[in-house]
Design a protein around this ligand. Structure first.
Ligand code: Q46
Ligand code: ZN
Ligand code: ZN
Length: 315
């Protein structure tokens, strides 16, 4: 298989476009597409300070690498969630440190157990029968927004890819989660203490983000979080992959068509969170008197103490 552009050996065939590309032309296309999506959805400009939520995985680390290469002002924020099962948090943090040292990019490391006294697994012991991912999601949303603000950022970018977003949309539609459908979009505006949120990789498949990471020598954790096993989104991904195999481009058309439809809806109605009050403890937006984060960490109010290991400090 030869690259459509230069006839060198191809490293990938982008099936939805029937387009084989070599290493150089794949990377070039990946980066120009990223730039195009950022502009198309007015995500940010070079004047913005962007917090990239990094997890140690291929998507988020590739996003930080790519945005920096494109000349945007980026800071990575990694939250050590305190997931001890299968040593997941410790392992993912190691990859983030490796990445930071290899590319000398700014990444802030925030350990919730150290700073808030409890990690995700401690919160699950409250005996409320909560699902790990819903507790974890609440904590990540709160802290990512809060830490980004503390770092002087005005946008939060996440590495969600086409497979993530299409499976999320699929799940929301089959269970008719109207409110979630309403708030699914690659850019959500800033509102009442919540920073603007963007997903520049929303049209790249998992295969494309992995290849971008591999071709650029980005170290990333291969293991999935142990709590993601059996998650419905994984099943939806399998179903969509079957459809994609039979008819390449299905996932892209499904998501793109949805976004086009959403474009007819006013952008102000897209904010994912309708917080109308401000938490009496921390001042952040909430729908209650005291926000769910402060309730969860009642004896440990938000503490900002980030570990920002630079190579020179370590030496
Ligand atoms: S980290 Fe947290 Fe995810 Fe693990 S517990 Fe669930 S939400 S699966 S992206
Ligand atoms: Zn080529
Ligand atoms: Zn609060």
């Amino acid at each position: 298989m030869k690259c459509r552009i230069c006839k060198e050996k191809a490293v990938i065939k982008i099936r939805r476009h029937n387009l084989p590309l070599c290493r150089k032309h794949f990377i070039e296309r990946f980066e120009s597409e990223t730039r195009r999506v950022i502009k198309r959805y007015k995500m940010f400009t070079r004047n913005d300070k962007i917090a990239v939520a990094v997890s140690g995985g291929k998507d988020s680390l590739s996003l930080l690498y790519c945005l920096n290469k494109l000349g945007y002002n980026v800071t990575g924020i990694y939250i050590n969630l305190g997931i001890f099962k299968e040593n997941y948090s410790a392992n993912s943090q190691e990859y983030v440190i490796k990445f930071k040292e290899k590319f000398n990019l700014p990444v802030i490391i925030y350990d919730i157990k150290e700073n808030q006294g409890k990690g995700i697994e401690d919160l699950l012991k409250r005996g409320r029968g909560e699902k790990p991912c819903s507790v974890c999601g609440m904590v990540k949303r709160y802290l990512m927004n809060r830490l980004a603000i503390e770092e002087g950022c005005n946008v939060v970018a996440t590495g969600h890819n086409l497979d993530d977003e299409a499976s999320r949309l699929f799940g929301n539609i089959i269970y008719w989660q109207e409110e979630h459908i309403e708030h699914q979009f690659p850019v959500l505006p800033e509102e009442n203490g919540l920073l603007k949120k963007v997903k520049p990789f929303t049209f790249f498949t998992e295969k494309e983000t992995s290849l971008y990471a591999i071709l650029n020598g980005i170290p990333y954790i291969r293991d999935e979080c142990p709590y993601s096993i059996g998650a419905k989104t994984i099943k939806y991904k399998e179903i969509l992959n079957k459809l994609e195999n039979d008819s390449p481009g299905t996932k892209y058309r499904f998501l793109k068509g949805f976004y086009e439809f959403k474009n007819k809806v006013k952008i102000e109605n897209l904010r994912s969170f309708k917080g109308t009050k401000n938490c009496k403890k921390c001042g952040m937006p909430t729908t209650r008197e005291i926000c769910t984060f402060c309730m969860a960490f009642e004896n440990h109010p938000f503490i900002k103490s980030v570990q920002n290991i630079s190579i020179s400090e370590k030496e």
